[in-house]
Design a protein around this ligand. Sequence first.
Ligand code: ITT
Length: 219
Amino acid sequence: MLRYVTTNPGKVREAERYLRDGSVERLDFDYPEIQAAELGPIAAQGAREAYRHAGEPVLVDDAGLFVEGLDGFPGPYSSYVEETLGVERVHEIAADLDDRRAAFRCVLGYCDGDGFAASPDPVDRGDRDAAAAAGPDGEGERSDGDGGEGADAETLPVKLFEGYVPGRIVAPRGEAGFGYDPIFEHDGETFAEMDTERKNAVSHRGRALEKFAEWFEDR
Ligand code: ITT
């Protein structure tokens, strides 16, 4: 059984559409998140922690809002900023900017204790420098060490799936979704004005889940 490990029910609602009925169950576990400038290493380390906790295959989902005019802030700190400043305040800050373009990014990290064959999707093998150098789009050097059998939780290989959607920050509109959805506009509509199906069709999470589901189908 695959566990979708998150404290956020909104993510599960979106993920359900991509994972076959009965093949996945949510695990409400708040894995410790490392501090890093990129989502990839955070998702990778989170997947290792979640796998160690669950003892069965896990998928973790690390996402963030990157505002161009704020040099990508709040990015990996999106959760903390939502809790402290709040979504409306982020819009107010962005309203003073010349450049209100933004992007949502999502990185899914899958860990089942096994190694993975070479593939286009990045694999984090516990080498943080390589993962950090890869950047948000997963390009760059990756360590190819074997973290398979006998590897400890620090070096378990984690397969990463990434998704991205461009948009801009606007005054809050809409009731659907969660988090920053009301202030993120894509193609004339905020994510909070879209139902789950429409959001999934264009969203960062939808793109990452699509890649994951295709790969997982063959596994
Ligand atoms: P878990 O870590 O337990 O999965 P979380 O909500 O803390 O739950 P993240 O750290 O990935 O998840 O989320 C970072 C922030 O970005 C958080 O404030 C979310 O509400 C927000 N967020 C993530 N995905 C989003 C989406 O699709 N739409 C709007 N906000 C989103």
